[in-house]
Design a protein around this ligand. Structure first.
Ligand code: ATP
Length: 367
C-alpha cells in the first residue's frame, strides 16, 4: 500500500487559513491519527487527502502518484464517517458487499472470500444475516468499516467514527479497528480529538494545532518527549504542570520552588522559560527526607484508572500530582514533593529545550 505524501499543503477559506503549508509523509501500512482540539484543521486535512476538498496550494501524492487533481472515486480510498450511510433494511452481509456489486474485477468466489475475512476480522460472523436496523451504533460502525475495507482500497480514512458510540461499544470498536489494521495492512488515517483513542490505535500521531502539525511521532514519544508546551498540555490526563520563570544572563540553572531545588538548563537558554512536569511524575512523601518542598493538600479525587489526582499548594503555586491509590488514600494536610530530573521539561518560546536529562529520559523510557 502507498504512503501519503503532503507537499506544501495549504487550505484557505477566504481570509482564514485552516491548514498551513504542511510537508509530511504518513507511512504506508500504518495507522496515523490526526489528533488535536476542535477547529485545528484535522477534518480539512483528511478531506484534502480524500479529494473532497481541493488544496489552495501544494500537492497530495499516494506513493509516487500525484492525486491532487483526482476525484475521490479515482483515488482508491475507503472512508468511514461519524454518521455512515447505511441501508437499514439490508443485512450486514449485503451492506458489506454493496460496493463490490458492480466491480467486474472481483468475481463471486472472491467476494465470498473477502466477506468471510472481513466478518471474521470484525467478529461479526454471527450477525451476517441481521439487518442494519437491528444493530446498535457500534455494530453499525463496524459494518461501515467492513464495507470500506472489503474493497481492498489502498488507503482508508476514518473521521471520528466513534463519536456517536456509547463507551462500552467504543472499546469493542477500537479493538476491531486495531485488528483490521493489523491483519489487512492498509494505510489508515484516523481523525480524532480523543487522545486515549489515538494513543491506543496509532502507530504515529500527528498532533495538530491551528492548521499545523506540531509533532508527528509514535505515541510513547509524543507523551515522553513532547516538542511543544501545547503538546505537554494537550497530551496527558490531565496535562503537565507548568511553572513560568525567567533565566538571567549569569545563571545556568532555574530554581523550582515546588521542588525546592535548581534544574540545569541548556547553554544559551535565556529569558522567559516554562518548566513542565507531568502530574504522574510528582512523588509525594509524608516526611522530608532531605531538601524536599512542603505542600498543602487542597483536594483529591479518584481517577478512572483508580489513581488519585491530588491538588497541592506550594506558597502561591498550584501543582497536581497523580499518585497510586495506596498513597492517595491516606493523604491529608502537609506532604513533601519530589520529582526526578528526567521528568522535568524546559520550554523556551513554547518549544522544548534539549537538556542533559533528555538522554536519561530516553534510557528510562526504553527500560
Ligand atoms: P472538529 O474536531 O471540531 O471537527 P477539526 O480539527 O476537524 O475540528 P476543521 O473542521 O478542519 O477542524 O476546521 C478547521 C477550521 O476551518 C475551523 O475553524 C472551521 O471553522 C474552518 N472551516 C472548515 N471548513 C470550512 C468551510 N467550508 N468554510 C469556512 N471555514 C471552514
Amino acid at each position: 500500500m502507498p504512503d501519503i505524501r503532503l507537499d506544501g499543503i495549504t487550505k484557505r477559506f477566504g481570509d482564514f487559513t485552516a491548514v498551513k503549508d504542511l510537508n509530511v509523509t504518513f507511512e504506508e501500512n500504518t495507522v496515523t491519527c490526526l489528533l488535536g482540539p476542535s477547529g485545528c484543521g484535522k477534518t480539512t486535512l483528511m478531506r484534502m487527502i480524500a479529494g473532497l476538498e481541493t488544496p489552495t496550494e501544494g500537492r497530495v501524492r499516494f506513493g509516487e502518484r500525484d492525486v491532487t487533481a483526482l476525484a475521490p472515486r479515482q483515488r482508491n480510498i475507503g472512508m468511514v464517517f461519524q454518521y455512515p450511510v447505511m441501508y437499514p433494511t439490508l443485512t450486514v452481509e449485503e451492506n458489506i458487499l454493496l460496493p463490490l456489486r458492480h466491480d467486474r474485477t472481483v468475481d463471486q468466489s472472491e467476494r465470498r472470500r473477502r466477506l468471510a475475512e472481513v466478518l471474521e476480522v470484525l467478529q461479526m460472523e454471527d450477525m451476517a444475516g441481521a439487518t442494519i436496523g437491528q444493530l446498535d451504533a457500534g455494530s453499525r460502525q463496524r459494518v461501515a468499516v467492513g464495507r470500506a475495507v472489503a474493497r481492498y482500497c489502498d488507503i482508508i480514512l476514518f473521521d471520528e467514527p466513534t463519536t456517536n458510540v456509547e463507551v462500552n461499544a467504543k472499546l469493542q470498536l477500537i479493538r476491531a479497528f486495531k485488528e483490521v489494521a493489523r491483519r489487512l495492512r492498509q494505510t489508515i488515517i484516523y481523525v480524532t480529538h480523543d487522545q486515549t483513542e489515538a494513543m491506543t490505535l496509532a502507530d504515529h500521531i500527528a498532533l495538530m494545532r491551528d492548521g499545523e502539525i506540531v509533532q508527528h511521532a509514535p505515541p510513547p514519544e509524543l507523551y515522553r518527549q513532547c516538542r511543544t508546551e501545547f503538546g505537554g498540555w494537550f497530551i496527558g490526563n490531565p496535562g503537565m504542570n507548568f511553572y513560568r520563570t525567567e533565566l538571567h544572563a549569569d545563571r545556568t540553572n532555574v530554581r523550582l520552588p515546588f521542588l525546592a531545588r535548581e534544574i540545569p538548563v541548556p547553554e544559551g537558554a535565556r529569558g522567559d522559560l516554562t518548566v513542565g512536569i507531568r502530574p504522574e511524575h510528582v512523588r509525594l512523601h509524608d516526611s522530608d527526607h532531605g531538601g524536599l518542598a512542603a505542600a498543602e493538600v487542597i483536594s483529591r479525587s479518584i481517577t478512572i484508572g483508580g489513581q488519585y489526582l491530588v491538588k497541592l499548594a506550594v506558597d502561591d503555586q498550584i501543582i497536581r500530582a497523580k499518585v497510586p491509590s495506596s498513597v492517595g488514600r491516606r493523604l491529608g494536610g502537609r506532604v513533601y514533593l519530589e520529582c526526578p530530573d528526567w521528568a522535568v521539561t524546559v520550554f523556551s518560546g513554547g518549544v522544548r529545550l534539549e537538556t542533559g536529562t533528555a538522554a536519561a529520559e530516553q534510557s528510562v523510557s526504553s527500560r
